[in-house]
Design a protein around this ligand. Structure first.
Ligand SMILES: Cc1ncc(COP(=O)(O)O)c(C=O)c1O
Length: 432
């Protein structure tokens, strides 16, 4: 929660650059990323984790090519979930051996692309997927490495429902069928089962809860490997490391998490897990959320039945999260950063839906038309998880501030541009 920004100044700065100047140069609505925050978060986690743990950045949290490139340059691998994300990772220069592919409903084309690229492993989500990987791998004349994603009966409490904990779900294979699924995998000639993947909760802020979960993950993987005589080369713990979105929430203590994980790992290595076992950690939100700020300009003000509305040029077509998660995101007036909050406002965008509120009943300094609002902690699941085409607005630009310099990393897509690729059937054409 604003940990990385100095709220005592008169106006918001992103790595020493004035947010108001960037908004003038690039226009609004605008996503701004401070590269130094991505780096701080990555290094904090890297230093905390034991050396056997590899960080595989979850691309889905923010798939901008520049951001994936940044994590590649820091040494991260990637976890991805689609052909598009695979293309992004390769274009960003991620080595195939540092890529793992996880997620339900993988198509044959995606599986084939992963195999032909020679990625580290595919985490299979069903028995049928194991068979499909086997069939597709047949043409490549080598046993392709796979992990088995399990849907287990334990989970830390999710602050926001992303994965769904222990409920019936589309992710993974129910643990009750795990032994059979492993036997099935071991009987297939073109795949080699080398890993277990368990990811059951996102946005967890308590190190103890993550460690209890890790203990259960290692216990499950160890038991299955013993029972089925399978030599595991990796255990993939998924993502789940949270960030504080509100004043009440505290930062996750990654030091405690890392030290606890090292102890769990040592214990299971002593029990008999292979000495060269890798532990994959796939953080998304933890690495990206706090580096992103969404800037939107106030277009109009109105009062309706006692509620003060700020009507802005951005909305949930660019940042859908506030509609799902009522705790919302911290908001400040970028050009009145240190002024006392004296008014209660709700912030609405231009969309024709009652969902289009970026915040409700929040305290801000008195706001005027033309003020610039900054919505924080939007670097994860921000633009990427939204619905940009609703109402045919121009999409937001994305700018990264890196080493004191601003870079436009994703230009706006204008209606002219997305109209270009659309086709009107001949009988419906309008000739002026
Ligand atoms: C397979 C997988 N790994 C990692 C992540 C990243 O999770 P988080 O952002 O909670 O770290 C996700 C998110 O949905 C996921 O599905």
């Amino acid at each position: 929660m604003l940990e990385y920004f100095d709220a005592r100044q008169a106006s918001l700065k992103i790595a020493d650059l004035e947010a108001t100047a960037l908004a003038k140069e690039y226009g609004t609505p605008l996503y701004l990323y401070d590269a130094s925050i991505f780096e701080i978060k990555y290094r904090k986690l890297r230093e905390a984790l034991p050396p056997q743990a590899d960080i595989f950045f979850a691309v889905k949290s923010n798939p901008s090519l520049a951001i994936v490139s940044l994590f590649r340059s820091l040494g991260a691998g990637v976890d991805l979930a689609s052909l598009g994300e695979l293309q992004t990772a390769l274009k960003a220069g991620v080595l195939p051996q540092k890529i793992v592919f996880t997620g339900p409903s993988k198509t044959d084309a995606e599986i084939e692309a992963a195999i032909s690229t020679g990625i580290f492993a595919i985490n299979a989500e069903s028995e049928r997927e194991l068979e499909r990987i086997d069939r597709i791998a047949h043409a490549y004349h080598k046993k392709f490495p796979v992990g088995l994603r399990l849907n287990v009966g334990f989970a830390p409490k999710e602050r926001t429902t992303v994965i769904g904990g222990t409920a019936p779900q589309k992710f993974g294979i129910d643990v009750a069928r795990a032994t059979e699924a492993i036997r099935l995998a071991k009987g297939l000639r073109n795949i080699e089962l080398i890993g277990i993947h368990i990811f059951n909760a996102s946005q967890v802020l308590e190190a103890e809860a993550l460690l209890n979960n890790a203990e259960n993950i290692f216990g499950t993987a160890f038991e299955l490997s013993q029972k089925t005589n399978t030599e595991l080369r990796y255990i993939d713990m998924g993502g789940g490391l949270g960030i504080p979105y509100t004043d009440e929430e505290r930062e996750l203590d990654v030091g405690t998490f890392g030290r606890g994980l090292a102890k769990i790992l040592t214990r299971y290595l002593e029990k008999g897990l292979p000495k060269n076992l890798r532990v994959l950690v796939e953080p998304g939100r933890y690495l990206t959320a706090e580096a992103g700020v969404y800037l939107t300009r106030v277009i109009d003000l109105k009062e309706s039945r006692g509620v003060n509305y700020l009507l802005v040029d951005g909305g949930v077509h660019h940042l859908l999260r506030p509609t799902w998660f009522p705790t919302g995101h911290p908001v400040r007036v970028a050009n009145k950063l240190n002024q006392p909050t004296r008014q209660t406002y709700s912030i609405g965008g231009p969309l024709c839906t009652a969902l289009d509120y970026l915040a409700k009943n929040i305290q801000l300094p008195p706001v005027e038309v033309g003020d610039l609002l900054a919505i924080f902690d939007v670097g994860a699941y921000g633009f990427t998880e939204s619905m940009p085409y609703f109402l045919s607005h121009t999409t937001p630009a994305e700018v990264m501030v890196l080493q004191g310099q601003d870079y436009l990393i994703r230009p706006r897509l204008t209606p002219e541009e997305y109209l270009k690729s659309q086709v009107v059937p001949e009988p419906l054409k309008f000739f002026s």
